[in-house]
Design a protein around this ligand. Structure first.
Ligand code: F6R
Length: 607
């Protein structure tokens, strides 16, 4: 979604802002702009399209040392140059960029219009520029503070005034903002990736905080102007983690990173000596964990699919009732919170609004909510009662891949921990640990099938609809496979439990609608084979993902991809990776923008 970057220091701000915006491209956007202070003015350039389009309209005269930039993902008002940020006041001295939604903008706009303020865009954000102008008496921070007192909604903002040379004021409420502390320079961004080329020292802002920065330093205050002491954190990853490193796009790179990322997530989380899981960040004693009677998982999209696998595992291994619910549903449902229920909020970005607000609602009701997050220092990571970082490294492609398998790895470690505290024996635990530790190598083997998967993707990429079918642990994986294909290739795809097709979806089957079957060598294999035969009898093409040597499945399917055998619990890792590749190659074949699919954003910070 929208992104913010700001710079003040000795260098030319323009290049730094444009490079920062380029780094934010992965979040999804439809227009972009920058504002740079320049000899008593603020120069603004903005337009629809990509950052290279913006670059082409920024004249060399944009040469100031302090500026702000923005990538916009349209919410209020169409995709037009005028609606792009930064927004300015009538004098042109103020420039503001804004992420989030100003809920009372209609009222504010009406009031300002009646006082003679003229609006140039259809956005909610523009009211901020005029309100700041309304309150401005020579002190930008004061004017921003007065403005925010009138505003309802969510925001991450950065503002500048031409008369306050080298100063940026930022504020956060419900939309992330990070301060970067450089050597003689300061940065501000909605996401660390925009500033990592310049500094790894960062300060995560909280809701209700205002920052004022110049090249010499920064001060953070609350809305009542009380000074706050903030901790400076160090970012633990490097610039090369957000480079493509020879891959055609980030999604391909991230798919191929999975042997390492799964191993990294598991590292230190398994205790082979006692055959159990080790998750210190949960902030819960063994006794507290033993007292848990129910587990509920809230998440959205791909993270929800990981939650479905997690719930299945926890329930079957630890014998604790567990379920996963969409956060967008839970947040508006008056759900019952029971004393001995433990909640997990699962999220790659740690900023998804639905999941964040669901978590806050649960916490208001007294629930203990643990986070499973990838982005260190993200809002959900900070507001949860404890949790686990997935350590998959920055995920840049909009379609989530490595974050999913790392979320699975966390659930596999947690289910082991809970199971060993209950029914699972030491020897069963030891077998499980061994099996789990072998997963990264097995995934490496699966990735070697890339050419075969590409050939199959080429053959089927012109199909209009697909069904993805699996049962048990493979059912959520089928949902995930269908989501991946939809997101990046724009082919319609539905994931179903294979046992459910006879209850309706089978009506869709004909010679032109391929079904993708996930058929591991597990206790449901025979049942899934029956479901395959039902499709074959109706002449539906079948692509099967099954185990090496499964001739029975290969004989029914039109195309087969074989996977190594493992314990039946671990197949979700092996099944999802070829589905990611299948979606990727279909999208490539169709000439789609794989990393930045249309209409999608990386972290969905609005409802
Ligand atoms: C799918 C995808 C989305 C996200 C969803 C939740 O590829 O990326 O479905 O999984 O928006 O995002 P997080 O995990 O950041 O909460």
């Amino acid at each position: 979604m929208c992104g913010i970057v700001g710079y003040c220091g000795p260098k030319n701000a323009t290049g730094i802002l444009l490079d920062g915006l380029k780094r934010l491209e992965y979040r999804g956007y439809d227009s972009a702009g920058i504002a740079v202070q320049n000899a008593g003015r603020v120069d603004v350039a903005k337009r629809t399209g990509k950052i290279q389009d913006l670059r082409s309209v920024v004249p060399p005269s944009f040469a100031g040392n302090c500026g702000i930039g923005h990538t916009r993902w349209a919410t209020h008002g169409g995709v037009t140059d005028a609606n792009a940020h930064p927004h300015s006041d009538a004098s042109g001295k103020i420039a503001v960029v804004h992420n989030g939604i100003i809920e009372n903008y209609v009222q504010l706009k009406a009031r300002l219009s009646s006082e003679g303020f003229v609006f140039a865009s259809e956005t909610d954000s523009e009211v901020l520029a005029h309100l700041i102008a309304y309150h401005y008496d020579g002190d930008l921070e004061k004017a921003v503070r007065a403005t925010l007192a009138q505003v309802k909604g969510t925001y991450g903002i950065a503002a500048m005034h031409a008369d306050e040379v080298g100063r940026i004021v930022g504020a956060r409420n419900g939309s992330p903002l990070v301060v970067g502390v450089g050597d003689g320079e300061m940065l501000l961004a909605s996401d660390v990736t925009a500033m990592i080329a310049h500094t790894k020292q960062v300060v995560y802002m909280e809701d209700g905080e205002i920052v004022t920065m110049t090249r010499d330093g920064f001060s953070i205050t609350d809305l009542k102007d009380r000074k706050l002491d903030k901790k400076v954190d160090s970012v633990t990853w490097d610039l090369d983690e957000i480079e493509k490193e020879g891959f055609a796009c980030f999604m391909e790179k991230e798919i191929f990173e999975q042997p390492e990322t799964i191993a990294r997530t598991l590292s230190g989380r398994l205790d082979p000596e006692y055959a159990t899981g080790k998750l210190g960040g949960l902030n819960m004693t063994s006794r507290e964990l033993l007292g848990v009677r129910r587990i509920k998982i809230v998440a959205a999209g791909t993270s929800w699919h990981a939650g479905l696998v997690g719930a299945y595992l926890i329930e079957s291994l630890a014998r604790i009732p567990a379920s996963a619910e969409l956060s967008s549903e839970l947040r508006y449902r008056n759900s019952v919170v029971e004393q001995d229920t433990l909640y997990f909020a699962v999220t790659q970005s740690g900023e998804t609004a639905d999941t964040l607000y669901a978590m806050r609602e649960l916490k208001r009701k007294g629930a203990r909510v643990l986070g499973i997050c990838n982005v260190v220092g993200s809002t959900i990571a900070r507001e949860s009662d404890g949790g686990v970082y997935t350590h998959a490294g920055p995920e840049i492609a909009v379609a989530s891949t490595k974050a999913f398998t790392s979320q699975l790895a966390v659930f596999y470690s947690f289910a082991l921990l809970m199971a060993r505290m209950r029914d699972m024996s030491v020897s069963a635990g030891a077998r499980y640990v061994k099996g789990l530790q072998a997963v990264p190598e097995l995934v490496r083997g699966v990735l070697k099938q890339r050419d075969l998967i590409q050939t199959i993707a080429k053959k089927y990429s012109r199909a209009r609809d697909f069904l993805f079918l699996g049962r048990g642990l493979e059912y959520p994986v089928a949902l995930e496979g269908a989501l991946k294909l939809k997101e990046i290739s724009y082919i319609h795809a539905e994931g179903y439990s294979a046992g459910e097709i006879k209850h309706g979806p089978i009506a869709l089957i004909n010679e032109e609608t391929p079904s993708i079957f996930l058929v591991p060598d597990d206790s449901l294999r025979e049942k899934v084979i029956s479901n395959m035969k039902e499709i074959k009898a109706r002449r539906g093409p079948i692509i099967a993902f099954c185990c090496e040597g499964d001739d029975e499945v290969a004989a029914i399917a039109d195309d087969t991809v074989t996977l190594p055998k493992t314990d039946e619990l671990f197949y979700p890792f092996l099944m999802v990776v070829p589905l990611q590749l299948f979606a990727y190659f279909c999208a490539l074949e169709l000439g789609r923008d794989v990393d930045q699919p249309r209409n999608l954003a990386k972290s969905v910070t609005v409802e």
